[in-house]
Ligand binder design. Structure first.
Ligand code: NAD
Ligand code: UD1
Length: 357
């Protein structure tokens, strides 16, 4: 897509990762300029190369850690950013239980370091990658943004702690504009098949596990529990296509721009404060329904067995997506079949992810 106008410049931390790389494409298509800052701890330079090829332009990439304050200062002093989309973080729940200090250090201290440098350079617009995990085991479905928050593992706690820090920051200084986006279950890949999710080792999450079974890298799927109080006994989640999710970030930035940069006195020119928003489809899909949809769309058989429930899993989790629709004018467009089709296209074109097979 050709872009003949340039909008504000955005710093994208963690932009080489799964959601970040898709968001870079959406940002470019919306006319934003960007700098990606990533320590490549869970991603590869190849993702950035492929995004650059897809958008027909080299992305400015800085290899660095968000806890390296001097490196961050250098980036902020050489660019005038409108805001930051902050994806950088570690995300494996099991690993966070084994290595809590690593998770709090990376996700919480790293975010504090980033916020301090943002304050130094007076960049006060932030879109933060939060998670539906902050809702814990929800009392009511669909889950809206006012639902109680609680977490049982260090990964979830790190997201919730950052949310609390952001709330305190706004209380201390109302010129901050902070939007935590609470993602439900991101899946799928770019329709080109060039970028997608590339887990290290054996995947923890359902969709990459299914696709690795489909491509023959794993023998069979274990479905964790078939005795939940759901439509077919298996867990229910709100799967959302990563392309829709990426677009949600653009909509959040547009909202921040409208609210903070308007020169029209009749516009609401006031700070956004702390504004959490769910990014989900609003629809629940069970594990078995997803497996069946994958088979139907791709023609690949997915052998599976039922095993015990996974510790810490909940029965059902899906979003109320009304706030995103009303405030951001955003809603998910792509279906579960699209999610399966695009996951499979990426997986079959790149059986070893970004690594050379
Ligand atoms: P990802 O691991 O693919 O991307 C995260 C990126 O951050 C990686 O490129 C990694 O190298 C980088 N990174 C990590 N620590 C860093 C640091 N200290 N300094 C600089 N870069 C660092 O993960 P993703 O799936 O794209 O997730 C992006 C964000 O969204 C994460 O914060 C994650 O917790 C959150 N999130 C993800 C999901 C999901 O299911 N994928 C759900 C909810 C929330
Ligand atoms: C998990 C994390 C959550 C995190 C999210 C995105 C846990 C308990 N929760 O969410 O904190 O924000 O990933 O990274 O880890 N399933 C199987 N077999 C598998 C894998 C999963 O049956 O091999 C089932 C699970 O039991 C669940 C559903 O599939 O019912 C979705 O699991 P998953 O993709 O791991 O996401 P969540 O558990 O929702």
């Amino acid at each position: 897509m050709s872009v003949n106008f340039m909008r504000n410049k955005i710093l994208v931390t963690g932009g080489a990762g799964y959601i970040g790389s898709h968001t870079c494409i959406a940002l470019h298509e919306a006319g934003y300029d960007m700098v990606v800052y990533d320590n490549l701890s869970n991603s590869s330079r190849e993702a950035i190369n492929r995004v650059s090829t897809l958008i027909g332009q080299n992305i400015e990439f800085v290899e660095g850690d968000i806890r390296d304050i001097e490196a961050l200062r250098q980036v902020f002093s050489s660019h005038q950013f409108f805001g930051v989309i902050h994806f950088a973080g570690l995300k494996a729940v099991g690993e966070s239980v084994a290595k809590p200090l690593l998770y709090y250090n990376n996700n919480v201290i790293g975010t504090i370091d980033l916020l301090e440098v943002m304050a130094e350079y007076d960049v006060k617009n932030l879109v933060f990658s939060s998670s539906a995990t902050v809702y814990g085991d929800p009392e009511n479905l669909p889950i809206d943004e006012n639902s109680p928050r609680s977490c049982t593992n260090p990964y979830g706690q790190s997201k919730l702690t950052v949310e609390h820090i952001l709330e305190d920051l706004v209380t201390s200084d109302s010129s901050w504009n902070l939007i935590p986006l609470r993602y439900f279950n991101p899946v799928g890949a770019h329709s080109s098949g060039q970028i997608g999710e590339d887990p290290n080792d054996i995947p923890n999450n359902l969709m990459p596990y299914i696709s690795q079974v489909a491509v023959g890298k794993l023998e069979k799927l274990s479905i964790f529990g078939n005795d939940y109080p759901t439509i077919d006994g298996t867990g229910v989640r709100d799967f959302i296509h990563v392309t829709d999710l990426a677009q949600g970030h653009v909509s959040a930035l547009n909202y921040l721009e409208r609210r903070t940069s308007s020169t029209n006195p009749s516009d609401m020119k006031k700070s956004v404060g702390f504004l959490p928003i769910n990014l989900g489809t609003g629809k629940g899909t069970s594990v078995l329904e997803l497996v069946n949809a994958f088979t139907e769309v791709t023609g690949r058989d997915i052998p599976y067995q039922f095993t015990d429930r996974r510790a810490g899993d909940i029965a059902s989790c899906y979003a109320s997506a009304d706030k995103a629709k009303v405030l951001l004018g955003w809603q998910a467009k792509l279906s579960v079949n699209d999610m399966c089709k695009d996951t499979w296209y990426w997986q079959s074109m790149n059986p070893s992810g970004y690594k050379v097979s």
